[in-house]
Design a protein around this ligand. Structure first.
Ligand code: ZN
Length: 158
């Protein structure tokens, strides 16, 4: 197919088809979660690393965490500090120390993704999406079904 200047525009159509096919699947790494002991100190460290400060801090009481977010291109880095000893972050740090805690993938339709993954045999920690930080509905997969990697699905609340 050619446009008025005689240049081929076939590629544009191909990209569009590809996008439509993947509409309901994982689209990108939305963020990587990093467990830290002292979020204030880590905010300074990561602000120096990215040459840009965190764009927000937010408590997620249901998870017992204080979070901060950095934008890095199209993805984000989420720092997580435990608010109490029962927090999953407190347990993670006790067992493994500070470091990468989870990888979050952005999806368009979290409920259909949960159903798709359950049908494939993955173990979901949350069988229904719940409210997470940074205006997202979220659900976690159990790391025992994903090679030890804690996977989060997230869908932006519009
Ligand atoms: Zn997260």
């Amino acid at each position: 197919m050619k446009n008025l200047e005689g240049k081929t525009i076939f590629k544009k159509h191909k990209t569009l088809t590809l996008y439509l096919n993947f509409e309901n699947k994982m689209k990108k790494i939305e963020h990587i979660g990093i467990a830290v002991k002292d979020i204030k100190a880590s905010n300074e460290l990561f602000a120096a690393l990215f040459d840009e400060p965190a764009y927000k801090m937010e408590e997620v009481i249901s998870e017992g965490v204080l979070t901060s977010f950095f934008q890095v291109g199209e993805s984000k880095i989420e720092l997580l500090q435990a608010l109490n000893d029962e927090s999953p972050i407190a347990k993670h740090i006790e067992k493994r120390g500070e470091g990468i805690h989870h990888i979050a993938f952005g999806v368009d339709d979290i409920e259909s993704e949960i159903k798709r993954l359950e049908a494939k045999g993955f173990t979901l920690i949350h069988k229904a999406p719940k409210k997470g930080a940074d205006n997202m509905m979220i659900a976690f997969l159990h790391p025992k079904s994903t090679n030890g990697v804690l996977v989060e699905l997230c869908q932006e609340i519009r």
